[in-house]
Every structure is written in C-alpha cells, then in structure tokens.
Design a protein around this ligand. Structure first.
Ligand SMILES: Nc1ncnc2c1ncn2[C@@H]1O[C@H](COP(=O)(O)OP(=O)(O)O)[C@@H](O)[C@H]1O
Ligand SMILES: [Mg+2]
Length: 361
C-alpha cells in the first residue's frame, strides 16, 4: 500500500491548469484516505470548468494508479457556474475571497498604520487575513509588524508569508536587499508586483489587504489588472490639503472600477494620554462631506495617539498592545463595516476587472 507521503509527492507534481503552482501548493486537496480496499482523493477547486476538472482527474489517475492496484476514487468538488459578470476578467489568486486596496493620496497620513491595525482587527474577528506591502518606495510593514529581522522562507522560486499577530504578512521590503535604494521605473513596478502575486504562497485567505505606495500609479493599475479588487479604502487626514489628494484616490478607484468601501479619517483630533480629553489639532470631521460626494461612507475617525506611533515603531501595534482601548475599538468597528461592505459587494455579483485589462494587439 503506498504511504500518504508517496501519494502527496505525486500530487504535488500536478500543476493546476493555467497557473504555475501545484494543487498541493494551492491547498486544493481536501482529503486523502488510504485503506486496504481503497485510495480516496478529494479536491476542492475554485473553477467550475468541466475541462479543468477532467484534466486534473486524468492526471491524478495516471500518477496514482501506477502506485498500487488498490481501487482509486477521485472526487473533484467545484463551485456552481458563477454568474456571467463575476466569471470574467483576470484573477491570479483564486483561493482568496476578498481583496482590499488601502490607498492614500500622499505619504505620511497613516496608510500603513491603518492597514496593519485593520488587518489585525479582522484577524481578531476570526477572519483569515493576509497583508501584502507593495509600497515599493517605503515598505514599512515589516517594522510595524515586528518582523523586520525575519528572513522569508523560500521554497524553490516561491516564498512563504511570515505570520505575525495572527496575520500572514509579506513585504517587498523583505525581498530586496536591506538599505538598497529603491528606484523604480514604471515597467519595473508592474513586473515586481506581478512577480510577487505569482510567487507568494498564501494559505487560503478570507481577505488580503494591500498597503499601497502613496498616490495613483503603476502599482495600483497592475494590481487592479491582475485581481478582481473587491474594494478600496482611502486613508486621509482632516486638513483641507490632504482632502484634495484624497479626491485623486477616489477618482482612481472609479477609473479602475474598484468599489469604494469608504474613507478613514486618521489623526482626527488628539486624545491626551494623561486626561483622556480629546483636542482638535488638524481639524476633525472634514471627511464626511467628501464621503457623501462619492456616495460612500466615513468608516471611522482615528485620533492622534502616541501609542499608535509607538506601536508602529516597536512592532506591537495598538490593537495588540491595548485591544480594548478606545482607539482599538474604533479599528474594530472599521473592520466590521469593511467586512459587511465586502459581503454586500459580493452579494451584488462581485467585481469584474475585464474592462481594465491591457489591450493586446
Ligand atoms: N493616529 C495616529 N496617531 C499617532 N501617530 C500616528 C497615527 N497614524 C500614523 N501615525 C504615525 O505617523 C507616521 C506615518 O504613518 P504611516 O502609517 O507610516 O503613513 P503612510 O503609510 O501613509 O506613509 C508613523 O510614524 C505612524 O506611527
Ligand atoms: Mg506607508
């Protein structure tokens, strides 16, 4: 009787059609039962195509049936054929349910801080969460998540994300030599992002958050072309000038056909650590009218708080250090709102990125 390991080795050689990862790397094997009378293999795949199921069936049969004369049963579980709208376009990460782009018009407004605390809050709510730092100009996620000294594990050309605070994390900052200056031309950005999407071995995830470079550029476009980006959120500070930049972010979401989940007003007021009293520094509540203009919601207001910056510097974000403080509860409430918005977008037929695919002549 062949051992489990022998069968798994054979299965790990089977590449999922049209991708370059195996059915084992994709985690499509649901069960493997070996008994005296039967070998039973069950796969759950994300495609509803008969051709793909047939191809896998044939390949599994030819690789496993030669190992023994024990009868082989293969079950391939598939989703029902999706609605016309969500079956089109491109998706290079079919095992991840939702994709969320965290954007801001400019740097320094707290985009990475928000991405980190939002990812942790979603994980605390029981979601399987990934966080990918594609801020090629200033990747801060490793420090903020406390993994800047960690070496990613390479498996051939693939890379395993690093688990930190309940979140699977990968950053372009861990993949390029430390201290090397990052000067990127447009085509390189696109190539680097496509390569990261292809090479990182995420577990099955409910949601993958992207910490974007500031502004609107090649990184945003290549992500939106590679994946059906479920939604975008914009992070802003309350000053008028920051809001002008935020308008550009919102317009970009529209151009890329990315539904807007809402805006987060960061550095909104200051909570004095001694007295707990709230002061208005950059202004406050200036974001709500902008959200209304774009028919979206203000997801929440996060105050300026020393513990937030300290959390970012030390690798122990506020949602980990003080999960029950007012600010952490605000992150929790934002996470809840974002999740229900994603469910709503899904229920309405999902996202289709076909319209923004590069034209092929
Ligand atoms: N609400 C806040 N209160 C205090 N410090 C904050 C807050 N939000 C962000 N910061 C700090 O401001 C700096 C810039 O934030 P960061 O998340 O890196 O911005 P971005 O990713 O938009 O460039 C960091 O040092 C961060 O710790
Ligand atoms: Mg940042």
């Amino acid at each position: 009787m062949p051992t489990k390991d022998v069968i798994l080795t054979q299965l790990s050689k089977i590449i999922y059609p049209t991708f370059n990862k195996s059915i084992i790397d994709f985690d499509f094997l649901t069960s493997l039962e070996i008994s005296e009378t039967e070998i039973k293999i069950t796969l759950t795949i994300p495609s509803s195509s008969d051709a793909i199921a047939q191809q896998l069936y044939t390949e599994i049969e030819s690789r496993i049936s030669v190992l023994s004369i024990i009868p082989l049963e293969i079950n391939i579980i598939q989703p029902k054929a999706p609605k016309e709208t969500s079956s089109q376009g491109k998706n290079v990460l079919p095992t991840i349910q939702h994709f969320l782009m965290v954007s801001s018009g400019k740097g320094g407004v707290g985009k990475s801080t928000t991405a980190v605390n939002l990812a942790i809050s979603l994980a605390q709510q029981g979601k399987r969460v990934g966080l990918l730092d594609v801020d090629i100009y200033g990747p801060n996620i490793p420090r903020m998540m406390g993994i800047q000294e960690k070496q990613p594990l390479f498996l051939g050309k693939n890379i395993k994300p690093i688990k930190a605070h309940g979140v699977q994390v990968m950053s372009i900052g861990l993949l390029v030599a430390r201290g090397s200056s990052l000067i990127w031309k447009g085509a390189m950005v696109t190539q680097a992002i496509e390569q990261m999407l292809e090479d990182i071995l995420w577990d099955k995830l409910d949601i993958l958050l992207f910490d974007m470079p500031p502004g609107t550029g090649d990184a945003q476009l290549s992500l939106a072309q590679s994946l059906p980006m479920s939604a975008g959120i914009a992070v802003t500070t309350p000053q008028k000038v920051a809001l002008d930049d935020t308008i550009r972010s919102m317009d970009m979401f529209k151009q890329l056909h990315i539904p807007i989940a809402g805006i987060i007003e960061n550095m909104s007021g200051f909570i004095c650590p001694e007295t707990g009293k709230e002061y208005d520094i950059f202004g406050k509540s200036t974001t709500a009218p902008l959200a209304e203009n774009y028919q979206t919601q203000l997801l929440g207001e996060i105050p300026i708080e020393p513990a937030i910056r300290e959390g970012g510097d030390s690798g122990l974000p506020i949602t980990i250090l003080a999960p029950n403080c007012e600010t952490s509860l605000r992150y929790q409430s934002i996470a809840t709102k974002v999740w229900s918005k994603l469910e709503e977008i899904n229920a309405e037929g999902g996202v289709n990125n076909e319209k923004i695919q590069p034209t092929i002549f």
